[in-house]
Design a protein around this ligand. Structure first.
Ligand SMILES: [Zn+2]
Length: 162
């Protein structure tokens, strides 16, 4: 009897966690190549106590060529509308830059378009950027790597603590 209920419990556990991995979340009006990044963004928010559903935001995201050298992404918020429109540069996304750098750019644009954040150029004494919301045109140096990623995401969701 005891064994049977344990078995059931483990099945239930597996069913729940497997289901989550097998069926990626769908995001409306978002290019499906960006869905994984959007899902990671929601998961990182949840890990910090913020339950968010990007489908509830007025948010669109597409991939296309952006004019202007070195522009990897942009967030447009036409005045007098509630629209938030992210464009990720196709050449950038298709290039062989690291997945972390792609994540930085997509999270940066979600920072503008979803979290309504502006640029932040502050840097640590060693010259590393404090935020992934840096504009990229000022001097600070990106340090978004596997060691410091979680600190940058902490800052993204809670800039006042940094
Ligand atoms: Zn920006």
């Amino acid at each position: 009897m005891v064994k049977k209920s344990h078995l059931l419990f483990f099945f239930a556990l597996c069913f729940l966690s497997c289901k989550e991995e097998d069926t990626p979340k769908e995001f409306f009006n978002v290019d499906e190549r960006l869905h994984g990044y959007f899902e990671t963004f929601e998961r990182e928010a949840a890990a910090r106590g913020m339950e968010i559903d990007l489908n509830e935001a007025i948010l669109t995201a597409q991939i296309s060529e952006i004019q202007g050298e070195g522009v990897a992404g942009q967030c447009s918020r036409p005045q007098n509308t509630l629209d938030n429109d992210i464009t990720i540069d196709a050449s950038f996304l298709n290039s062989n830059v690291s997945d972390l750098l792609k994540e930085l750019v997509i999270f940066h644009e979600l920072g503008h378009c979803f979290l309504q954040r502006s640029h932040r150029e502050d840097e640590y004494p060693n010259g590393n950027c404090i935020s992934i919301m840096r504009s990229g045109v000022d001097g600070c140096r990106d340090n978004y790597n596997s060691t410091f990623r979680s600190i940058y995401i902490d800052e993204l969701f809670d800039p006042d603590s940094f």
